[in-house]
Design a protein around this ligand. Structure first.
Ligand SMILES: *[C@@H]1O[C@H](CO)[C@@H](O)[C@H](O)[C@H]1NC(C)=O
Ligand SMILES: *[C@@H]1O[C@H](CO)[C@@H](O)[C@H](O)[C@H]1NC(C)=O
Ligand SMILES: *[C@@H]1O[C@H](CO)[C@@H](O)[C@H](O)[C@H]1NC(C)=O
Ligand SMILES: *[C@@H]1O[C@H](CO)[C@@H](O)[C@H](O)[C@H]1NC(C)=O
Length: 644
């Protein structure tokens, strides 16, 4: 991009807006913090948006700036399909090819047992048989440790665990574990390493049970080793930048410092900032990143009036969002306010998801392969095998053209308190509220002049009534002003069974305390999934945004234009555009054309779940992870490598 390139100036514009926003956000939030009970909601309602470089500029053509001739969505969909087809086509067909591909990608030999793994993967028809960069990425930092150090660290986590048990018993702090379980492979069998628990552990070890379930088929081929399993949804390992650079530095925290929650001695964000390089924004004092011009363009607070924000589509979800460069963005993410203490030492901890900057090792969430009425599509309580079609599934044409979401107010803890209004779910529920005051620029195909797109500014209130069915079903955690204030500012409704979701064409999947455990169920359904997340999961390289699901930025603000593309302009949009009844036929054409494409995404998502999101794909992933882990565990890693 040259400096004269209009895209470059657009990017600078975005960065500038980001600066301005950071100022207002911080101002609003610090006000909130000072006075928790009388916090003003108008201050907290800042409309945060992403400055991820993936924003796609759209081109305005012709003399009328309100008319565009090319919608970005069909292009994104076509590119996604092409990209995924190419990925499928280039996978290794033979074992020697797979070994060569491994060497090409990672510059070393595959781990011992790779031949057995290949056998397992091909027999089970694993499609993306070369795509395991996620494992390489997650384990890369551990190569700087010797086998002994690696084993010691896995055991140290266990030591933490037993130590805290002792402390817990003596201090009578019932139920406050750091929530790391240990699965041990011993003589070809995966067992839960038992710690004497004389207190109630809230997590009940579901995640370690899930891990054991995934290794069952090949555990007899694995050597003895231990896996520390995170019992929480949140990431746990944040290694300070200096320790990442110099692995010979002696860690300053000692085991004695460890307590399961923060107890007023820090926060996830404090720990996260230390993972950032010294020259990044996150390491600077707050005052140094306030823009002195920030006071001026107050009008920018209503940025929903500018088409740029609500008409910019992301190529992928925000998993690479760099909180070190955009520290203000951390206010929008609940996991930075988690009550659970993170660990600053590079421990091997297996977690269901990993946000940028964390050092957890990804494994498939237990929600994805267990049988659970709340997380499993086609749940069958009798046969305990999910059914192909859920009993509550609805034919496409009978699904309503509505964006549906139900959930609890989970989304982060209370360390520090007072920030929950900006957690992911709270922001979305307020944005889609019937009483929302924003206006959105909706760009939709013109019924008068097909092939061109017109722009109209529509009140959020009207759009929300027409297309959003979004509500909390239960209140947990703290909120400034208490539950009364929470209920006043957010819509609440009765909870629904999972199957109720299948009555809607659009399902939105939002992060909560961590990743969203419902993703696989949503993908399995006949509805289309819109997903916003900052987490990478084991499948992140396997699923293609705009082909299998619709990616949404962390600001959510383009969601109205996503809807307008697939479902056409709503009645209120047409009213603003002065379009008359006589044009109904053309509007129906626009709507059915978009609907066909939406259905295509729903179908592709379902097909993906059936062919690449299966439990056996998760088993293949963990199998390969176990082989890599076993090599790290060994003293002589060359001996634990595979050569043809
Ligand atoms: C760590 O290693 C670096 C070079 O790799 C060296 O310069 C430094 O002195 C070492 N630090 C310690 C504490 O040993
Ligand atoms: C939305 O538009 C209406 C009508 O033009 C205007 O009165 C209102 O102030 C706008 N709201 C915002 C938040 O800009
Ligand atoms: C929404 O607006 C209506 C009408 O102005 C009002 O009765 C209702 O209390 C408002 N709801 C919330 C949650 O503010
Ligand atoms: C719709 O009609 C009103 C009143 O005639 C006019 O002010 C407005 O500009 C028109 N809107 C569009 C998008 O043409």
């Amino acid at each position: 991009m040259s400096p004269l390139d209009p895209r470059a100036s657009k990017m600078r514009g975005w960065l500038y807006i980001a600066w301005v926003f950071s100022f207002f956000m911080l101002a609003g939030l610090f006000a909130a913090r000072r006075d928790r009970t009388t916090v003003s909601h108008s201050k907290l309602r800042s409309n945060w948006f992403s400055v991820s470089p993936k924003w796609l500029p759209f081109s305005l053509q012709g003399s009328d700036p309100n008319v565009i001739h090319e919608h970005p969505i069909p292009k994104l969909m076509a590119e996604a399909e092409q990209k995924f087809k190419a990925l499928l086509a280039k996978q290794s067909k033979t074992f020697p090819q797979a070994v060569a591909e491994y060497r090409r990608r990672y510059g070393r030999n595959p781990p011992r047992g790779f031949d057995d793994w290949w056998e397992f993967a091909t027999q089970n028809d694993v499609k993306l048989i070369d795509e395991f960069d996620a494992i390489f990425e997650d384990l890369a930092p551990f190569w700087s440790l010797s086998g002994k150090e690696f084993r010691d660290r896995a055991h140290e986590v266990r030591f933490y665990l037993t130590l805290v048990v002792i402390l817990t018993q003596t201090r009578m702090q019932v139920g406050q574990l750091p929530s790391i379980d240990l699965v041990r492979i011993q003589d070809g069998e995966a067992i839960d390493f038992k710690v004497q628990k004389k207190f109630k552990d809230q997590e009940k070890g579901h995640r370690s049970l899930g891990f054991r379930r995934l290794v069952e088929k090949y555990q007899h081929k694995l050597p003895n080793m231990d896996f520390p399993i995170n019992a929480k949804a949140e990431g746990r390992v944040l290694v300070p930048w200096e320790y990442q650079q110099y692995s010979n530095l002696t860690y300053q925290d000692s085991v004695d410092d460890f307590s399961p929650d923060w107890q007023g001695t820090g926060s996830v964000w404090d720990a996260y900032r230390r993972t950032c390089a010294p020259n990044t924004q996150a390491r600077r004092l707050f005052s140094s990143y306030r823009n002195p011009n920030a006071e001026k363009p107050r009008s920018l607070l209503g940025t929903s009036n500018t088409p740029g924000e609500s008409f910019s589509f992301v190529e992928a979800v925000d998993v690479d969002l760099d909180f070190c460069q955009y520290p203000w963005a951390h206010f929008t993410q609940g996991h930075f306010f988690s009550d659970w203490r993170t660990m600053s030492k590079l421990y091997p901890v297996l977690s269901p998801a990993r946000a940028n900057g964390f050092a957890d090792i990804r494994i498939p969430s237990h929600y994805y392969h267990g049988q659970n009425s709340r997380y499993t599509y086609g749940w069958d309580p009798v046969n305990l095998e999910p059914k192909e079609i859920d009993d509550m599934e609805v034919p496409w044409d009978e699904k309503s053209d509505v964006i549906f979401w139900r959930g609890a107010t989970t989304g982060g803890g209370s360390t520090p308190q007072g920030f929950s209004p900006n957690y992911q779910r709270h922001r979305f529920v307020r944005m889609t509220h019937d009483n929302a005051t924003a206006n959105y620029t909706i760009i939709h195909e013109s019924p008068l002049n097909p092939g061109t797109f017109i722009s109209t500014t529509v009140p959020a209130r009207d759009l929300n009534q027409e297309i959003m069915d979004v509500a909390f079903v239960s209140a947990v955690g703290s909120y400034p002003g208490g539950e009364t204030a929470l209920r006043k500012a957010h819509r609440f409704a009765d909870s629904v069974p999972l199957g109720e979701h299948w009555s809607y064409k659009y399902l939105i999947d939002l992060d909560g305390m961590g990743y969203s455990g419902r993703f696989m169920a949503f993908m399995a359904s006949d509805s289309a999934v819109i997903k916003s997340t900052v987490y990478k999961e084991y499948f992140s390289d396997w699923v293609q945004p705009w082909l299998h699901y619709i990616p949404l930025s962390s600001s959510y603000s383009e969601i109205y234009n996503i809807y307008a593309y697939f479902s056409g302009p709503t009645d209120s949009t047409l009213r603003v555009a002065n379009t008359t009844e006589s044009l109904t036929a053309d509007i129906n054409t626009i709507r059915s054309n978009g609907d066909r494409q939406l259905r295509q995404i729903a179908r592709a998502g379902k097909q993906w779940k059936r062919t690449m999101g299966r439990t056996v794909d998760m088993e293949a992933y963990i199998y390969r992870l176990c082989l890599e882990y076993a090599r790290l565990w060994a003293d002589d890693r060359d001996a634990w490598s595979f050569t043809l």
